[in-house]
Design a protein around this ligand. Structure first.
Ligand SMILES: *Cc1c(COP(=O)(O)O)cnc(C)c1O
Length: 386
């Protein structure tokens, strides 16, 4: 089976992990700060804080922004459930904004319209989680203008997007947002097995997220609230969690980061090749916006369902039978039973639902060969031109 995504682990990656296993620290040692500083240098953010997953990162980001009961979080329905769940973890209510039918990112038109309506009703969101779908940045300048106008905070869910760029800077610079969250799950661009990083330029948010990932406990003399009892002293000054990344994961992350640009370059090469090879089939290819450079986490096509031979389930099953590990990203979050129990229903976000009916993610990963790609294209061609 040709998988839809797959990590690439080199001998250097393995050596880096083994070094840690032979060292004194498996957690809370030198590798995590080293990884954090490598990420903040790469992204040109002031701060980077490593956590044990992007889901944890989204949670501490929302808490740092004081999202709580009586607050609202908005995000896109076309994302992994974690982009919305983080709002619920904080006791907030979650709502969605429909997608742009071209980029599959949040629709700026729908967002502005919904904000105007929410303002009139006194129900503006406190936090907007912006998903960079497939690794292509959303229009962050426009979003940051709306954030100022309607007074909400912006978290970039860049789980797909490390190595991608927007207007000449790496995603994660937080030039147009409060916080960016990355995921290093093995299907993403680089991996730490499980893991994530949050970036920010705010000293206050960094300090809070730092505490939140480790029990709300500090030994820092500047943060301790009353007199120290002695050299052993630590203090819990807020309710935090154990969301720490291990030294093993951080060492793997540092080593993977060395090849990030190479990973993304090859993904672009494969994406351009797909564009060329698929151009005569009844499918819509991914649209690339000039001011963005995608990390190409996913290569998403939409089937032209008006073509007589096309039935998404049949195409999907056919590809799987031919050994092509296709996938679907994503089932709209508002249609998940857990969310429909809150009152969301079919018809709420029509562009997202239409997209869902037509979408298939084709295999795309660093080590995919041209021959494997040809096999994907030929199999799809057979199914669509029968
Ligand atoms: C993968 C993913 C997450 C969750 O990442 P984890 O590191 O597995 O917690 C969140 N949001 C999006 C958009 C993702 O693709």
């Amino acid at each position: 089976m040709i998988p839809y995504g797959k990590q690439c682990i080199s001998q250097d990656d393995i050596d880096a992990v083994i070094e840690v296993l032979k060292s004194d620290f498996l957690t809370q040692g030198p590798q995590v700060p080293k990884f954090e500083s490598a990420i903040s240098t790469y992204c040109n953010s002031k701060y980077a804080i490593a956590v044990n997953s992007a889901t944890s990162g989204l949670h501490v980001a929302c808490l740092a922004l004081d999202l709580g009961e009586d607050d609202l979080l908005w995000t896109s329905p076309i994302t992994f459930v974690a982009s919305a769940n983080c709002g619920l973890y904080c006791g907030a209510k979650v709502d969605f904004v429909d997608i742009d039918p071209g980029t599959y990112n949040i629709s700026l038109v729908a967002l502005e319209k919904k904000l105007e309506l929410a303002k009139a009703q006194g129900k503006l969101p406190k936090v907007l989680v912006v998903v960079h779908m497939a690794g292509q940045s959303a229009d962050m300048v426009a979003i940051s203008i709306l954030a100022k106008k309607f007074n909400f905070r912006v978290v970039e869910d860049a789980s797909h997007a490390i190595g991608g760029m927007y207007r000449g800077t790496h995603i994660g610079s937080c030039l147009y947002s409060d916080i960016t969250v990355f995921s290093f799950h093995p299907v993403k661009i680089i991996t730490t097995a499980e893991g994530g990083v949050v970036t920010t330029n705010s000293a206050g948010l960094a300090k809070k997220m730092n505490l939140l990932r480790s029990h709300g406990v500090t030994r820092d003399a500047n943060q301790i609230i009353s007199a120290s009892h002695g050299p052993w002293y630590y203090q819990q000054i807020m309710l935090g969690f154990n969301y720490r990344m291990t030294e093993i994961q951080a060492a793997l992350g540092i080593s993977q980061l060395n090849r990030l640009d190479e990973f993304v370059r090859r993904r672009h090469e494969l994406a351009e090749r797909y564009d060329e090879l698929l151009k005569n089939l009844p499918v819509t290819l991914p649209v690339q916006i000039a001011e963005t450079y995608s990390s190409f986490h996913l290569y998403i096509i939409r089937l032209n369902l008006s073509a007589e031979t096309t039935n998404r389930v049949k195409v999907f099953e056919g590809l799987r039978e031919m050994g092509i590990g296709v996938n679907v990203h994503y089932i709209p979050v508002h249609l998940q039973p857990f969310y429909s129990n809150m009152g969301f229903e079919l018809g709420d976000f029509p562009e997202a639902e239409l997209y869902y009916n037509e979408t298939i993610s084709l295999p795309l990963y660093f080590e995919m060969t041209d021959e494997q790609q040809d096999q994907v294209v030929n199999s799809l061609g057979k199914l669509l031109t029968k």
